[in-house]
Each structure stands twice: as C-alpha cells, then as structure tokens.
Design a protein around this ligand. Sequence first.
Ligand SMILES: [Zn+2]
Length: 432
Amino acid sequence: MADLLALSARIIDEGRADEPTNRVTYELSEVAEGIALVESFGHCIALRTDRGLLVFDTSNPAAGPRVVEALRRWSPDPVHTIVYTHGHVDHVGGSAAFVADASERGSARPTFVAHGSILERFARYRLTEGWNARINRRQFGPRRSVGIVPDVGTGQPRRHFLPEDVAVPDIVFEDRLGLSVGGLGVELHHARGETDDHLWAWVPERRAIVCGDFVIWNFPNAGNPQKVQRYPGEWAAAIRAMAALEPELLLPAHGLPIAGRDRIGRVLGDIASALERLVGDVVAKMNAGETLDAIVHSVSVPDDVLAKPYLRPLYDEPEFVVRNIWRLYGGWWDGNPARLKPPSDSELAHEVAALAGGALALAGRAQEAAATGRLRLACQLVEWARQERPGDEDIAAIAGEIYGAREASETSLMARAIFGAARDASTAAPGE
Ligand SMILES: [Zn+2]
C-alpha cells in the first residue's frame, strides 16, 4: 500500500513534484483508520461505518469494475451510500459496477446522493451526446496523455458519452445536507466551481474533507475551452470555506490526499488566492472598459505560483480561465466591433490571401513567424492559408508542422489536445 500522505507531504513541503501526483494505479490506500482512497481517474473514496461503506464517487465507466475490485480486497462490507461529488463522467460513470456488486452479493442497492443540478446535467449530456463524445475524444484521446490524464477509456468509442446504466441519485439537495451513515455524520455543502452541481463533504469526527474536483493537483479546471461555464470566484470561496474548518485530512478526486492542518491550509490558501487574483484582475479591467483581447494579453498568474506542485498548468491554464471569467460576467462579444458580426472565415481568408500574394505566400509567412517563435501568429496565418486552399497538400504540410510545434510548446492538456487534433487533421489523408 503506497504511503500517499507521506508522498504528498514531501512534495508539498519541498515545493516541487519530482514524481507523478495524479496516478492511476487502481490501488487502494488506507490513508487513515477506516478511510480508503482508490487511485483512478477520478478517485473513489470510501469510509467504513457500522452500517457499511460510505463512498464518494465511482470513477469512469471503464474503471468502475477495477475500483470495486480494489475496494472488495479491503472490505467485504456492503456499500451503503454513494455520494457523487458532481456529475462528470469520471465520477459517476463507474456507478453501474457498484450496483452490480451489490446485486451479486445479495445486498441492497446503495443509496445515491448528489446535488439537484446533476439531473439537469444528465439531461444536457443526453441532449448534446455527439458534442460531448467528440470533445472528450479530442481532449482525452490516448495520444493526448501528458502524464496527467492516462487513457481513461474515453478515447475508445463508446456507444454513449454518459452510460445508459448510470445510477440516477435517489436523494438530491440544494444548499446543504446532513447525512448520518452507520453513526458517521457527514455535512454535504453545495458550491459552484468546476461545475454547477458540485459538492464537498465535511466529516467532523475525522476532521476530513472530501473535496471532489475543487483540488485536482493542477491549475483549477476553471477555463476549459470546450465545455460549459465554470465559476472561478465561487470556486475560491468554497476553498476558503473548507480552509476555515481547519481540516486535518483532505481527500481530492484527482491527485494526492493531504494530511496536516497547516499543510492543507497552505495548499487551499494558494489555490484560492490564485483564483481570487485572476477574477479580481479580469473584473477590474472589464469595469475599466477593456476588451477581451487586451485582458487576455495582459492578465496572468506569476510563474512562481504556477510552479507549485498543485497549481501547475498541465491540465487547464490561466488564459482559459480569463476567458471564462469574461464569459461569466460579460457576454460573448469580445469588445472588438469588427467581430460583432464578422465576415465568414472563408471570406476573410480569401481577402488576406489576396493581400499577401496568395495562399502559399501566406503559408510561407506563417513558417517565418513560427521560425521566430511567434506561434500564435503562425497558427492564424496558416489557418487563413488552409481555409483559402483547403485541398492544397503543401499548405496542409506546413499547417501540420506549425500545429505540431504549437502542440509541443504548450503545457496544458487542453491546449495540446486541440493543437494536436489540428495537426492530425492537417496531415490526414483526404477523406480520413
Ligand atoms: Zn474529475
């Protein structure tokens, strides 16, 4: 059994991650008497009670059976209650494996508990099935791993993005819910952050917090370019509320569990401060009338903050969070009048190519920009060239090179995945 608390203590105290923090081993670690964590994507957390296990999250559909197996090697007790920290597929997708386990063992089906908005989330996933399957394939495809997110099964074509047999909650709540399972008291707190249906749990008698994705050992996933609105300010407030309870044990759904009141306080304080500062900076500039472009290119998070082992921009990144803050408090229009009702991409590409002396000249200019490290500009120029001459193999090859260089230059999985997909699309055989 890995000593995850010793590992996290060392990494946090030394201030650098010299080994992976977001491991997917499907191994169970008992991190405190009667409290276990199975490392997966995301983790499953189980607390032993007098009436069976209280479980938080079920991992993703492919991992569910392995997580149940790991739990079963630790405890033969029935699973009494399963709390979903939120409705993302890597948290609810393994639920069918828990239901199957209960029926195989002849025990009652676990009671599922979640925030009420999870039901709208499930309905939205059904409505936008194709969209979600597509963006998750792009984001989590097997070749996209940067050591943060392994192949979690979402790279494989599944018939449904949200499994048809996902367990729908039996009990939902709005703001707070007190639970008592086998004599163990738990307070569930709703807070918006990564999602609108998120909760975190306080277990007073163990001074433990189960924090779901409020802590993920990466820069907060508050900016994801392909997904619905996130709530960076409320995220920070939830983190502050957790810190105020002075927990001794923090159990996140991704990354390492953390022990020690001061250490947890430091981590939570750093995450909250990073988000509060971003929100404050963006809102101040919005109030001052700045455009989205000006804000995106002037607001940032200091490098020493991003270097902290639990704030690295390896999954999401601050620039995307800036855009989400704009979207949350403003509208979709970016403040540039030319982009309120812009020309079509193809019309614009055609005109720019004509000005440049043709699509190939434009692509050549893109190569020059890339050679001097101006990859943002290079991508825009080559994209115009590609749009002007979609079937041109030379331009496609240049686009492939530039998007490949861009993918390699980025740190976040989200940026790398999108540029990597653009590279693949550039170099794919016609009709592929
Ligand atoms: Zn998650």
